[in-house]
Design a protein around this ligand. Structure first.
Ligand SMILES: *Cc1c(COP(=O)(O)O)cnc(C)c1O
Length: 479
């Protein structure tokens, strides 16, 4: 007979706790706006409130959940809060949370088709749905990674691997006088994940060249051409260009078609980082902004940023999936089982084991429908444009970058010098964030402090944007 003290917690206790968790989550989402969005915890508070040593004896789930409610939930910065307008939002939606919960229950590990047939096939299917929604041509294969940082790393790894004559996969890069310095190009406004990929791929920071941007923070394609010619003349070997469609500071878009033409001519891998803004391409009216993306070798879009899917879920779409397999699969090509038509997800990146992330994305797309997702994105873009109008009409403020999507970059332009203006903007940001209802972030553009309002949260309505603007104006009068 089974020892009642071994095995999982008693089924009845688990069931009751699971119901309680359903209520905790639903209550949280209904009342999240009652919290200050930015945590008021001081460093060390949470840890000091919890026992320093693990419990010797079992504790009831009910007691653990009570501590969750008392100590964990209140001591967070609330990304689900309608006033969360910092960075880029991540919003867990109801359907996304259901998918995440079911995936936790199943706890499958989709490394091989046979270890998780439905997880593997759903991932192939749902990333193809996303491809269609984005208007990308057939042929791209989608793969879910945890983050855009990993998607970009994997894509650039494939670019490095397919460079003729290097045999990096077999021979590595170190100690090889026959290998010239390899170079990747991205704009000055590209995300730091490109720098990290250059570090991890053995190119080093010096192996990533930052291409200057124009007045609207877009990569200067002419400058890219000049840098490529310079580098080739100096014996360096360009391997890839990362174009950003929706930069992290201002959501500017690099000129994808011009960059794609250069990449084609120079036989370079083109990776498009559309981690945030790619989601807007599901709306036909915004698709022209992405013209040229269909020539990319790889594209990353994060449904966990602006497609209402809980973190983490980053989709990497690759035009030549064989390039990923060539870089990362450890099954020799002659032993492949492709003719049976099965996908083994472990062949497309660094990870062996992987979570069932496709489930939540599938549930989100089904529950909102493509139409519902489009409408929500349009709503956010509309709110951002309205806010942009309010700021432009306000003396003493300036909008400092175009607003193609749902992020507005602006600053208080008051003060005798640039430094004085920066300090005033820092005080303004601190005052607004201390108030409680909203959380904004800042960036630096052309050496000057700039404030950002990023709208991307499912719960954000016009009244929340109006509150943010009222708080900004109020604080501006005081700083
Ligand atoms: C957020 C962001 C990233 C990094 O995303 P992670 O998924 O957190 O790694 C990369 N590029 C751009 C343009 C981003 O906005």
């Amino acid at each position: 007979m089974a020892d009642p003290h071994l095995g999982d917690v008693p089924a009845a206790e688990f069931r009751a706790a699971m119901h309680r968790v359903a209520d905790l989550v639903a209550d949280y989402l209904e009342h999240v706006a009652d919290y200050p969005v930015l945590s008021r915890a001081r460093p060390g508070d949470v840890r000091a409130a919890l026992p320093a040593v693990p419990p010797r004896d079992p504790e009831p789930l009910e007691a653990i959940l009570a501590d969750y409610r008392r100590l964990i939930e209140p001591n967070l910065t609330h990304w689900n809060h309608p006033g969360f307008m910092a960075y880029f939002g991540i919003t867990g939606s109801g359907p996304g949370i259901l998918g995440e919960t079911l995936a936790a229950g199943l706890n499958v590990n989709a490394m091989l088709w046979r270890t998780s047939p439905a997880a593997t096939e759903l991932e192939d299917l749902v990333t193809d749905w996303l491809r269609q929604m984005l208007g990308l041509p057939e042929g791209y294969r989608g793969h879910i990674n945890d983050t855009a940082s990993v998607s970009t790393f994997v894509a650039l790894g494939a670019a490095r691997d397919r460079t003729p004559g290097l045999e990096v996969r077999e021979r590595g890069l170190a100690g090889r006088p026959d290998v010239p310095p390899l170079v990747i190009y991205a704009s000055e406004q590209a995300h730091s994940s490109v720098d990290k990929a250059a570090i991890a791929l053995g190119l080093g920071i010096a192996g990533l060249r930052k291409v200057p941007v124009d007045a609207a923070f877009r990569m200067d394609a002419g400058a890219l051409e000049t840098m490529l010619a310079e580098d080739r003349a100096r014996g360096r070997l360009p391997i890839a260009v990362v174009a950003t469609a929706g930069t992290t500071s201002t959501t500017s878009l690099d000129p994808l078609a011009a960059i794609a033409a250069i990449c084609r001519r120079e036989a370079l891998w083109l990776h498009v980082d559309a981690a945030y803004a790619g989601s807007a391409a599901i709306c036909p009216e915004f698709r022209p902004l992405f013209d040229g993306i269909e020539a990319a070798d790889s594209v990353v879009v994060n449904p966990h940023k602006w497609l209402f899917t809980p973190v983490d879920c980053s989709v990497l779409l690759v035009r030549e999936p064989a390039a990923l397999r060539a870089a990362f699969s450890l099954v020799p090509e002659y032993l492949r089982t492709d003719e049976e038509g099965v996908t083994n997800l472990m062949d497309y990146g660094i990870q062996l084991g992987r979570r069932f992330r496709a489930l939540k994305l599938w549930m989100v797309i089904r529950a909102f429908g493509v139409r519902g997702l489009r409408d929500r994105i349009r709503h956010h873009i509309g709110l951002a444009r309205e806010l942009e109008g309010w700021i432009r009409a306000e003396p003493g403020f300036e909008v400092v970058a175009p607003v193609p999507f749902s992020v507005v970059c602006f600053r208080l332009a008051r003060g005798a010098t640039g430094e004085a203006q920066d300090a005033a903007n820092d005080r303004l940001l601190a005052a607004v964030n201390a108030a409680g209802p909203v959380f904004l972030s800042a960036t630096t553009l052309r050496g000057r402090r700039v404030l950002r309002v990023a709208i991307g949260n499912l719960r954000t309505r016009r009244e929340h944007v109006a509150t943010a603007w009222a708080l900004i104006r109020e604080a501006a009068a005081r700083v």
